[in-house]
Write a protein that binds this ligand. Sequence first.
Ligand code: RB5
Length: 150
Amino acid sequence: MKIAIGSDHAGWEMKEDLKLFLEKMGHEVQDLGTHGPESVDYPDYALAVAKAVVGEDAETGIIVCGTGIGSSIAANKVPGIRAALCHNAYTVKMSRSHNDANILCLGGRVIDKKTAREMVDVWLTTSFSGLRHARRLEKIKRIEESFQCK
Ligand code: RB5
């Protein structure tokens, strides 16, 4: 699978760990930075991952910042993005199955690396269940469209 991944400085270590984990599983990882512990601004990396996903350079995206909050707020500004801030395997499963989330946001200062790996595994193996959930996503899309500049 083609996966875009990004982080700020607070998520950098976890992003590096997840990159190794994903590559070991045979995925094609597009690392959009950051590439070190120096302080950077999370919206820049959230935008890079969001663009890769909506532009179909990547099939899915993962962003890590300190809490995952800022990254999810930023990524969700991009039309077509459904970024889910998750904290455990259950919320990841629901974000894929009910919300068809296309970016997973994680808090590098909130969860440990083992939990993050487990969550990513669930993320990649859970499909959207459709049905009534598709109708709800259609409503979200209409909200988004109603606020877009014509
Ligand atoms: C950076 O200190 C921190 O604010 C950022 O990583 C993130 O948690 C923002 O939501």
